[in-house]
Design a protein around this ligand. Structure first.
Ligand code: BGC
Length: 753
């Protein structure tokens, strides 16, 4: 007998509906009745489409079809360029169409809580605003081609060790303001077709079974109307997940789980509508992807490679350039190129995001091609695949450097040193590379270091030894050409760090609380993640969040702020005061000096970039959204914009603040209900409370309650934290409990009009 499913035009049996809620195989959904099957695949910086016939894996082990390897999120984010990222997203969408992929599993937007995070290369930043802005741009790009995105990993998956069991234990305010904010922005701004739950537990509960997360917050509050997909292997209890709001369990086949669902409905544990709800969402997803599918789609590998190269160039950060050693000019007759990464580039990270690149630009070849008459000499310098003969490799490199005018030294982390699946123990560059660095820099002070790495590395020794540093992070298949372009000035670097580079691992906010203990991780640093922490504590850093130099210089002038309903309209003028065209990324940080809440000294609330010819000026304008000024008020369980003066610092980095201005903002009315456990100070802050309790206080203190000066101490400060009921009880019957309740009721009823 067929049960009628109210969600479908066609009738589906309970078994059919249940079967839609799990995958057909590693990468596709089931075709049931008129619902087509679709393919979901990794993601995010290129397609990792595996042939179904040879099985699949979620660790990047098996082969996948050739695809353009764009820069992983770590490189892409350093562009601070949503427009560029949207174009990358659109190109990914076209490749998906070509490969008949309906959903691309990205973007990953988890906050980089700690530089040791093994998967930091797949995430954008330590800051939620930039993570959200860039993630939304990526989603818009992919979905503009009729392919769904899968926003991941929802939520609070900020480390890899024990990732399938560990609980991220986070207080509400931190969760909302730091770890969920980027997700909220992408969901509300870009409407991804799917959201992927994470592996970890959140405050004790697996996110795959977290009803508050997957339904109350995501759907009811944020208005998400797509399908929730599990991370691969995240589901341990199909029925519990379904009830919580998880629609599609991946990978399949999961027939036994489907049967559990059928049994739960038949025995009355779960309502049939819960199954239909999930099945309908999977069906919607499949028909959306099915109808957007273009039968004959192709992509031009060369054009996509050119875009990969453009994106790579956008992500390069010029960290240091003393004496304008860069760009390399005609004065260089002999160039030593040193380091394994020059011929064997590290351009992406390991694990599920690993792409089989259509081709890879090799830095040494690209440098040689641009070197003109200069002689280029290469030395491997070190190996990332084992010890090798370190002394001999170093000696050869030193010899090459000594004979050159300039040495370009490639340093970084090898594939074995970081990957999805485990966190790093430390953040140093390998010791043999540091020994090589000092030997090379000693014989050739004119040395440029080019860095390749997924996670942040300590740079103290590099900074101390060489005048110029280019940070390539991971740049995808076009990275080699982009690095060569930046070295020779064919591209003027404009990337900015999306993460702080600390001076010591011990300075990192989560230094003592990163590693799970008995599968629990306490996020004790709270809101103070990344630059919020270093700024609040006044700690020096090697390079601050937002840092990045250029081959030209920019001047900022005339910052103005206007408070509007939408937020703060910030405007300033930027002038290119140097001799080369360049792009400047203007960053707007907001602080509230007289806040009543715990806040970081400043938080990124907007950014905008401008391309300027030498001598050219332009106005940069952006809205710092009102919703971004809000903090999460735990007593009311909602966002509140505090009334008061907001200071906006405009700068070229979080520590290179050029202009500052303040503006008053009328915040949201906030009334915290008073009750017997409210403090005396809280009640006195209410006009009715103050009027009614003032008398009693006067009697005790023989005058006004705040006659601090007369008494020589601050009375209110001493007694203000006493719960009002207990304070009243000590007054010897002057205020009975009933009278107090009346006062509190009156105070609560007073709207202050
Ligand atoms: C990863 C996801 C990925 C999935 C499929 C998981 O291990 O966490 O990011 O999309 O595998 O490969």
């Amino acid at each position: 007998m067929t049960d009628v499913n109210p969600y479908f035009h066609a009738e589906l049996s309970l078994e059919q509906a249940a079967s839609l809620t799990s995958g057909a195989d590693f990468w596709s959904t089931k075709s049931v009745g008129s619902v087509p099957s679709i393919v979901l695949t990794d993601g995010p910086h290129g397609l990792r489409k595996q042939e179904m016939t040879i099985g699949g894996d979620h660790l990047g082990i098996g082969v996948s079809v050739p695809a353009t390897c764009f820069p992983p999120a770590v490189g892409l984010s350093q562009s601070w360029n949503p427009e560029l990222i949207a174009r990358v997203g659109a190109a990914l969408g076209v490749e998906c169409q070509t490969e008949k992929v309906g959903v691309l599993l990205g973007p990953g937007i988890n906050i980089k809580r700690d530089p040791r995070g093994g998967r930091n290369f797949e995430y954008y930043s330590e800051d939620p605003l930039i993570s959200g802005e860039l993630g939304a741009a990526w989603v818009r790009g992919v979905q503009s081609e009729g392919v769904g995105a899968s926003l991941k990993h929802f939520a609070a998956n900020n480390s890899e060790n024990d990732r399938m069991r560990a609980s991220s234990n986070i207080d509400d305010r931190t969760l909302r303001e730091i770890y969920l904010r980027a997700f909220q922005r992408v969901v509300t701004d870009a409407q991804p077709w799917t959201v992927m739950c994470s592996y970890n537990r959140l405050n004790g509960l697996h996110t795959a079974q977290h009803e508050w997360l997957l339904t109350t917050l995501l759907r009811d509050e944020w208005g998400f109307d797509g399908a929730v997909v599990s991370d691969w292997g995240a589901v341990t209890d199909r029925v519990a997940s379904l009830v919580a709001g998880l629609d599609l369990t991946m990978p399949g086949p999961g027939e036994s789980g489907d049967a559990e669902i059928v049994a739960a409905v038949r025995s009355g544990i779960v309502d049939r509508s819960v199954v239909d709800r999930a099945a309908a969402r999977v069906a919607d997803l499949a028909s959306k992807a099915g109808s957007a599918h273009r039968e004959s789609s192709t992509f031009d590998r060369d054009r996509h490679h050119a875009l990969a190269r453009e994106a790579a160039a956008g992500g390069i950060v010029l960290l240091k350039n003393e004496g304008d050693l860069l760009p390399l000019g005609s004065g260089v007759a002999t160039l030593a190129v040193i380091g394994d990464f020059a011929t064997n580039p590290r351009y992406q990270g390991g694990g599920s995001s690993m792409v089989n690149a259509t081709r890879v630009d090799v830095p040494l070849d690209e440098i040689s091609a641009r070197a003109g008459d200069a002689q280029v000499r290469f030395a491997q310098g070190f190996t990332t695949e084992g010890p090798g003969d370190e002394d001999a490799l170093r000696a050869e490199a030193v010899h090459a450097a000594a004979e050159a005018d300039v040495a370009v030294l490639f340093l970084g982390l090898g594939a074995r040193q970081e990957s999805e699946g485990f966190d790093r123990d430390g953040i140093e560059l390998p010791a043999d590379q540091l020994r090589l660095l000092s030997a090379v820099a000693e014989v050739r002070p004119q040395t440029v270091v080019v860095l390749s790495h997924g996670g942040v590395v300590l740079l103290n020794e590099v900074i101390a030894r060489v005048p110029a540093i280019l940070d390539g992070a991971l740049l995808g298949q076009g990275g080699g050409a982009a690095i060569a372009d930046a070295l020779f000035g064919l591209v003027n670097p404009s990337g900015r760090l999306a993460e702080t580079v600390p001076l010591r691992l011990e300075d990192v906010p989560s230094f003592l609380a990163f590693e799970p203990e008995n599968s629990e991780v306490g996020y004790g640093e709270g809101l103070f993640v990344g630059y919020r922490w270093y700024d609040a504590r006044g700690l020096d850093v090697a390079f601050p969040f937002g840092h990045g130099l250029s081959y030209t210089t920019f001047e900022y002038s005339q910052l103005t702020l206007v408070a509007t309903e939408a937020g703060l309209m910030a405007r300033l003028t930027v002038t290119n005061t140097g001799e080369r065209a360049g792009r400047e990324v203007v960053q707007f940080y907001v602080g509230m000096p007289a806040t009543s809440m715990k806040r970081a000294p400043r938080e990124l609330k907007g950014f905008a970039s401008v391309e300027l010819a030498p001598g050219e000026s332009s106005v940069v304008e952006t809205v710092l959204r009102r919703e971004d000024l809000a903090y999460w008020e735990t007593r009311l369980d909602r966002w509140i914009v505090e009334s008061g003066d907001y200071r906006v610092d405009a700068g070229a980095s979080s520590r290179d603040l050029r202009l500052s201005a303040s503006v008053r903002v009328d915040g949201d009315p906030i009334r915290i209900p008073l009750h017997r456990e409210s403090t005396l100070a809280e009640v006195m802050a209410n006009p009715v409370g103050a009027a009614r309790l003032g008398g009693a206080l006067q009697q005790i203190f023989g005058g006004s309650p705040d006659r601090t000066a007369d008494l020589g101490f601050d009375v209110m400060r001493m007694i203000g934290s006493s719960p009002v009921a207990r304070f009243a009880a000590g007054l010897g019957g002057q205020i009975t409990p009933e009278q107090l309740d009346e006062i509190l009721a009156e105070a609560n009823a007073d709207r202050g009009e």
